[in-house]
Design a protein. Sequence first.
Length: 281
Amino acid sequence: MSLASKTKDIINHFGFKFSKSLGQNFLIDQNILDKIVGAAELNNESCVIEIGPGIGTMTQEVAKFASKVVAIELDDTLIPVLNETLGNYNNIKVIHNDALKVNFKRLIEEENLTEVKVVANLPYYVTTPIISKLLTEKPGLRAIIIMIQREVADRMVAKPGSKEYGALSLLVQYYTKVEKITRVPPACFIPQPKVESAVIKMTILEEPAVKVNDEKLFFKIIRDSFNMRRKTLWNVLKQTGLSQEKLEKVFSDSGIDPKRRGETLTIEEFAKLSDRVRDNM
Ligand code: SAM
């Protein structure tokens, strides 16, 4: 039976109603499912945390290859469905919770998870907060393999000078090696989303891509630069309260032209700039 027919059967059997506000678009394409699981490179030592298992399609697939799967689902009405579809697997645990409220570090410790990878077809309304949480809380993940909106995927892999380049590109590229695995058209889901999707793999770097003296300041300068996209770096950094003399020193010491805009800076240049701002504070 095709994945589409299986999914429809389960939905009809439980009288399940899709919730738009919970970002429920279930994957029904075996080929894409295989690509996601393949990109996760699982073995019998890997553990998986899945965010939003839905009716458990991807959960069952990853459970075939991983040693343990912990799946976090927010929707009450899906819990009885998951109890049935996943009932025969002794390496899957379903947690009924909001992924945004989960302490992933504690979860990994409590469940004794090793070599942890997050694998998910994310609810799109929480893509950025989830990615940001998974990266900045540093729970000790190996990789994150996720389906997201294509436009967000483009921002994550974007390079300086492109219109997609922004704070999200730098956040992701600071902590991970990011690659696009495949594009996914709306027809691969029920119901079909209005937007195209993409699968992204982020492999967590052992050390961040650049060394910075003050991570908070580094990300603040990045955020300010893109929030004030049309402003020159000089005008952006004026907001730090540094005197004209100190600002001149920041730019001359870092070798960066103050007339440039943030959208043209590489991650190394942002690091240099923020370190020089820190030196002069
Ligand atoms: N994994 C399934 C699949 O691929 O077919 C379903 C993916 S669907 C795009 C997103 C899932 O995330 C839904 O099951 C939805 O109920 C769940 N969800 C939405 N918000 C959530 C949250 N904050 N925490 C955990 N799960 C959430």
